[in-house]
Design a protein around this ligand. Structure first.
Ligand SMILES: NC(=O)c1ccc[n+]([C@@H]2O[C@H](COP(=O)([O-])OP(=O)(O)OC[C@H]3O[C@@H](n4cnc5c(N)ncnc54)[C@H](OP(=O)(O)O)[C@@H]3O)[C@@H](O)[C@H]2O)c1
Length: 262
């Protein structure tokens, strides 16, 4: 019960990472407040947690809408008395066509940068305001490998992920003295997710391979010769959210199984 009685808010809780983290946080003892832009998938995630004996409530919250996030956090504090963990797992859809940077228009380039930095800033800032009076809390971010390594055809995705990792460090520099840790997770593509299935398909086609061959190629670059799973990512999220990780803040955990050096 590493998260016994911790009150956790998850944004993008209807997505692959949000659901996996909710499923791992619940048996660790957390009280979950699951949110997403559309209610239906979040309700399914909450039902799943409750059926397994956990505690979860679902709400429709657009994590780019300041008022909606603020109102929801206030309702969580009113019901549960506090906010201990804020986990943002939102993801905007993959572009259907991968455009090289020299041909990309400004709006397409800016979209991931604006979306991710705004949402991470808003959810962190508003959660921190509820955590500061308690001198305790954990704010968590999710990024991907283009934050740290040159990757073709991701448009503004690389700069967006690098910016979120910088924000993770800067938030920690300001909030850690007040008892709030800010930590990130940087998983490599987890092939069981719809996002990565689609992305591998696109890259495979462009390289004249099957999706399975492309998967093998990416896996061969890891030390383990396999890609990590949602369960492994979520188990790390539980540890990072828990008091056992009190020595970690201002950093992003590298979950790439050796394929990306620190
Ligand atoms: N999947 C992976 O293996 C992997 C690996 C490394 C990093 N990541 C990163 O982790 C993030 C999540 O990935 P995922 O695979 O879980 O994606 P996903 O399955 O597409 O889930 C993303 C979720 O975010 C929700 N969302 C989007 N905009 C939102 C907003 N403004 N407010 C609230 N919710 C919003 C989506 O809701 P709707 O569908 O209703 O819009 C969806 O439920 C992405 O940034 C991705 O790049 C993923």
């Amino acid at each position: 019960m590493m998260l016994k009685d911790k009150v956790a808010v998850i944004y993008g809780a209807g997505g692959a990472i949000g659901i996996a983290v909710a499923r791992a946080f619940a048996p660790a003892g957390a009280k979950l407040f699951l949110t997403g832009r559309h209610l239906a998938p979040v309700e399914v995630a909450a039902q799943d947690v409750v059926s397994a004996g956990g505690s979860a409530e679902a709400a429709e919250v657009d994590a780019l809408d300041e008022q909606a996030v603020d109102k929801h956090l206030q309702s969580v504090t009113d019901k549960a008395g506090r906010v201990d963990i804020s986990f943002n797992a939102i993801g905007i859809p993959n572009p259907k066509i991968r455009v090289p940077l020299v041909e990309l228009d400004v709006e397409q380039f800016s979209l991931p940068i604006t979306t991710y930095t705004t949402s991470y800033f808003l959810t962190a800032r508003l959660a921190a305001r509820h955590m500061i009076p308690n001198k305790s809390g954990v704010i968590m971010t999710v990024t991907s490998t283009p934050s740290r390594t040159g990757t073709p055809l991701v448009g503004g995705g690389g700069p967006a992920m690098a910016a979120v990792e910088a924000l993770t460090r800067d938030l920690s520099a300001e909030l850690a003295p007040q008892g709030i840790r800010v930590v990130g997770l940087r998983p490599q593509g987890m092939p069981e997710t719809a996002r990565i299935k689609e992305s591998f398909e696109l890259y495979a086609k462009a390289s004249g391979m099957t999706r399975e061959q492309f998967h093998e190629l990416i896996a061969s670059r890891t030390h383990t010769r396999r890609l990590s799973t949602l369960e492994e990512m979520a188990d790390m999220a539980v540890f990072m959210a828990s008091d056992k990780a009190s020595g970690m803040t201002g950093t992003t955990v590298n979950l790439t199984m050796g394929s990306l050096d620190d």
